[in-house]
Design a protein around this ligand. Sequence first.
Ligand SMILES: *[C@@H]1O[C@H](CO)[C@@H](O)[C@H](O)[C@H]1NC(C)=O
Ligand SMILES: *[C@@H]1O[C@H](CO)[C@@H](O)[C@H](O)[C@H]1NC(C)=O
Length: 436
Amino acid sequence: MHTIFVSWVVLGLLAACAGRQAEARAFFVFGDSLVDSGNNDYLATTARADSYPYGIDYPTHRPTGRFSNGLNIPDLISEQIGSEPTLPYLSPQLTGQNLLVGANFASAGIGILNDTGIQFLNIIRIYKQLEYFQQYQTRVSALVGPEQAQRLVNEALYLITLGGNDFVNNYYLLPFSARSRQFSLPDYVVYLISEYRKVLEVTIYVNDDFYKVYVNYVSVIVFVTANTNSMASSLAIFGVVMALGMLSCGAEARAFFVFGDSLVDNGNNNYLATSARADSPPYGIDYPTRRPTGRFSNGLTIPDYISQKLGAEPTLPYLSPQLTGQKLLVGANFASAGIGILNDTGVQFANIIRMPLQLLNFQQYQQRLSAQIGPQRTKQLVNQALVLLTVGGNDFVNNYYLVPFSARSRQFSLPDYVKYLISELRKILLVCPTSS
Ligand SMILES: *[C@@H]1O[C@H](CO)[C@@H](O)[C@H](O)[C@H]1NC(C)=O
Ligand SMILES: *[C@@H]1O[C@H](CO)[C@@H](O)[C@H](O)[C@H]1NC(C)=O
């Protein structure tokens, strides 16, 4: 099973995967365009996805307010938990029994900071979203009583996706923006994270391990997991560098293969002569060893969380000398920070492992495995494996927008560039391993 999700704001592709033990739970969504399912259509703002090509792959083939060609990440999660898509909080249809499904408070253009996206005027900033969430609870309480309302909220699944706009619609919005004059980039990231923690604190009953935060200092990603049961995982992706992911589903001991860029690189670049390495603090500060691991994260990465859900060890970087013997059966991580869909993305990083080479390494991996367990078992392992592909963000930040008047920006308008990227991505997907 795979699903394609393309957001024209940031270009993303992701299919969510959840265990089979799903039960009916409410689902609450907060954040920006990555997860806005239509709130902005009810607002006087330019940040609206109300015209072509938005919605072209949606069942109705019409714009829905989602910043996507079709479904968005919350829709995919709703599907996985067996629920209807959550309605935008501003939708007049969000009444009665519909309230019990949850609600989507997200609003395109917002960020962690109140001054992010000011050019969009009337959008629902995060603190306002949290206010609406209080209001929502009052309404549900009136409907089903305070006790049941409390239970619904306690057992719910939460998704928060926030932060990309703090770069593109704030820090980098203008040359010499107020925030870029105030902060160096590393200091800005630290500031954003501290502000983000405040948001999380007011968000939801923070019992200690309610949330896990995954911060990618290159792209700034936050990954939030609800702790209520093992299936409950909310993925929040936020970043300048946006992810394209593909995940096939079905839970049991399975191999896991990871392809892509810094969002999912578990350390391959540490074996390469490149500047795109996560080998010094603050990387790794929240990792169990408190040391940099090559992951572009304060702690674990999304592949690590997925491995945990699978009950497996983290996948080793393909270049790790430890990836031998039985470890090969767990899968492998082929990702390399800095790469993109295009071969000319990340050229400044010199020796990184671009997609064609990642796929070649995957062939080589299969040969090694085949020598160990035979061709038939290898084929079976690969067919049943889980595959995650996360690529595309660097085609913007480390290519199109890298320098003013970059070759790609002279060649393509932004919409045409997105189309071109998607067509090139489709080619990669054709040769990518897929299960089913
Ligand atoms: C952002 O706005 C909210 C509500 O309007 C306020 O409570 C909060 O302190 C503001 N944050 C900052 C950093 O100014
Ligand atoms: C990218 O590089 C690979 C291998 O080096 C090549 O096969 C492919 O055609 C290139 N793609 C484009 C669009 O140039």
